[in-house]
Design a protein around this ligand. Structure first.
Ligand SMILES: Cc1cc2nc3c(=O)[nH]c(=O)nc-3n(C[C@H](O)[C@H](O)[C@H](O)COP(=O)(O)OP(=O)(O)OC[C@H]3O[C@@H](n4cnc5c(N)ncnc54)[C@H](O)[C@@H]3O)c2cc1C
Length: 299
């Protein structure tokens, strides 16, 4: 039996493993894809303290190596379920593992459009985060896809830096709060195109723009970058029947990362919180691991 099983090898999960190992606990991390999580899609990170600029892959490698050097064990496998109890059971397709405490750090995936060109340009012209990548498009033209609160907030933030922001919305109106729509209406460098279906993204080595069908007219939006803001999907399927989720699918937890199940913690983007960034994910990883250690020591 492990002291702590961590589900997810992004910044939250790797930080949890580092803190768990430094407290002398045995730690097993499950990662279903590649260690580092979402940040591996970012060629340049400029807001993680200690580095003026670092690629997401390099930062991932550093966190991963630190966790390994401290003795964290790893399994490349997808966790399919977690059963609460004094001894927690963590199931993958081929095996069942036991732990005294479990930290869920499974992150989120951004809803994508599934159109041609999208996969190629993610991280190189297509972004999901204005806070992270807006600075790379200073004085440039960008498109924002979506018309809800997140899309409008992204567009407002981008309008402070970019020469022009074109919002591409698939409905005949913006669906987010009126106050945000009013701010957008007052911005001379933001325009909105309604009833738009995204056809494809294109470019050669550089991103060139997005082909759309707006009001049944095909056109090409020539732009330097595109921000997709059509929603997030928390990766919480494995715990949807055992841990309380909010109506959007995020794990309900407090600032100490505790859930309603004793000895089960949630860290990073997969939990209810306001800001989803690498710094907040690593902070959660530390809080969750220390709470798990206290729980184990008090058993
Ligand atoms: C393109 C892009 C650029 C970004 N740039 C920045 C930036 O510049 N600065 C910044 O602060 N933030 C940035 N972010 C946001 C930041 O990456 C996230 O906030 C952060 O990665 C969240 O960390 P996490 O560990 O909670 O989750 P994630 O990074 O999502 O990691 C979760 C991990 O869990 C794994 N997993 C999920 N389910 C299971 C399962 N059932 N079994 C096993 N493994 C599982 C996933 O494969 C994933 O590796 C960016 C995000 C993207 C997409």
């Amino acid at each position: 039996m492990y002291d702590i099983i961590v589900i997810g090898g992004g910044p939250a999960g790797l930080t949890a493993a580092i803190y768990g190992r430094r407290a002398g606990k045995s730690v097993l991390i499950f990662e279903k894809d590649g260690f580092g999580g979402q940040m591996t899609h970012s060629p340049k990170i400029e807001n993680y303290p200690g580095y003026n600029e670092i690629s997401g892959l390099e930062l991932s490698d550093k966190m991963f190596e630190q966790a390994l050097a401290l003795g964290a064990e790893i399994e490349i496998d997808e966790v399919l379920s977690v059963t609460p109890g004094d001894v927690k059971k963590v199931k993958t397709a081929g095996a069942e593992y036991e732990a005294k405490a479990v930290i869920i750090a499974a992150g989120v995936k951004h809803r994508t459009l599934g159109v041609p060109g999208e996969e190629e340009f993610i991280g190189n012209g297509i972004s999901f985060c204005a806070v992270c990548d807006g600075a790379f498009y200073a004085d440039k033209h960008v498109a924002v896809i979506g018309g809800g609160n997140s899309a409008m907030q992204e567009a407002i933030m981008l309008s402070e830096r970019c020469s022009h922001v074109t919002i591409l919305q698939d409905m005949p109106y913006l669906t987010g709060e009126k106050t945000l729509a009013d701010i957008i209406a007052g911005k001379s460098n933001v325009s909105v195109k309604y009833n738009c279906k995204i056809i494809s993204f294109s470019g050669d080595t550089e991103f060139k723009g997005v082909a759309v069908l707006c009001d049944n007219m095909e056109e090409f939006i020539d732009c330097d970058g595109c921000f997709i803001a059509i929603g997030l999907i928390p990766n919480n399927d494995a715990v949807k029947d055992t841990i309380e989720l909010d109506k959007y699918g995020y794990i309900v937890s407090d600032e100490a990362c505790t859930t309603k199940e004793s000895g089960i913690y949630a860290a990073g983007d997969c939990r209810t919180k306001k800001i989803r960034q690498i710094t907040t994910a690593t902070a959660d990883g530390a809080s969750a691991a220390l709470a798990a250690c206290r729980y184990i020591d008090g058993r």
